[in-house]
Ligand binder design. Sequence first.
Ligand SMILES: [Zn+2]
Length: 446
Amino acid sequence: MRRRIIFEKRTKSQPSQDSQSSNFTQEKNLFRLDKKLKVAYNLVRQSVLFKRLVGILDQQEIDFLRAMYSRNVIRLGKYSFRPNAGVAQGSVISPYLFDIFIEDLFKEIVLNKKLVPMQNVLAYADDVLVVCSGLGKLKDIIQTVEQWSNVNGMLLNRKKSAVVEFLPRYARSDVYRGQQIMGIPVETKYKYLGVWLNQKLNLDPQLVHIKRKSDFIRASLGPVLSKCSLGYRKNLWDLFVRPLFEFTLPIHTFEPAATRKDKLRRLVKYTFKSFCRISKTAPDVLIHRLCGYDVDNRGKTLCQEQRAKWQRRSEKWSRIYKEKINILDIFSMSEVYQEEVLLETENGGISLCKEIPAVGVEYINLMTKLCPWCPAKSIMNARHLRETHNKEFPEPLILFEQVRKEQSLIKGTRVARLLLAHKRIKKRVDLLNKFLVEASGNNNGV
Ligand SMILES: [Zn+2]
């Protein structure tokens, strides 16, 4: 099990104007502690779990689960036994059962000991994160976690746990790397639910991570990517690379440095181009339309959704525990909510790439080459071809739109539509290639 706990610590140091404006760090130093409890799923005591389910599930449902678990048998060769601990690995409800099991710990931290407010405890199945302030509180929480683990039969793996301190710019650190706090090592960065968080909570480590990971995936998918249609390449990008950016959106939205924000935008373009095998020189407008993924708008939308979610959660919490939590603490520091959130941009790219064959990419790439006829290095785009060489070639986007219109008119299968698109675009590609060959012949002649 992984448990991550962020400990936040208020400092006297003055944060600079452009230091982190994220929800965490305007005036605080933060510690994060990452704890791992090994094989957590296997250690859940079923008798305790079923007791905790009372009031959450119907009695019948609990009986059903109990009956199901009582029939679990683990076999090893000729030996077998019936386990009385652990939730089933691979079962879809296991993370939920685990959540219910571990909720008790959060109640202990939040309600009984009142160490941190509810919004400072974040958990996703066995990935848990707590934010608190001060070294004293940090130790209190570690102790609470430990006590809870002992009572509930969980093992705390101190070596695999880590504390990370988050600091405003220029603030002095209270702990150092390699130090241990109650046996838990201090780190300068950590990955939480796929997102790298460093001490400044900026995008840097995440940018490196995305670049490396997307390059690796692209290389692995290379044989497929070279063969399939543009639409399919985009699907694969959506499936494998887009989530990497989605996880990054919270940091991106709160990132104060314009240069880092820009780096992320460029990284979107870079990964999309390399997945679709579109040349590096392809214009941004084209990529933006084909990709249809706008990190800024998406980030704002997502943060607004999350805000609404926290609002609902806080209302529920106040109802159940008669205790108010102030979610504005989390969000008021951000300026993003003062702006109108745009909810569009998503679908344009999807519809444009869909059912465009690989030859479409070839067309894009030809249209971004340098013109072999002209000594002044000009890009061979539609305008250049028309104005200098009196040749009519549509911009890729316009061609794709024309093709899509034609596709929508024919009745037939996806293959038929792809073939039609291939035919239409291939014609242009052949003409362009002819134009290029003529140029090389011409140059050789001279
Ligand atoms: Zn030219």
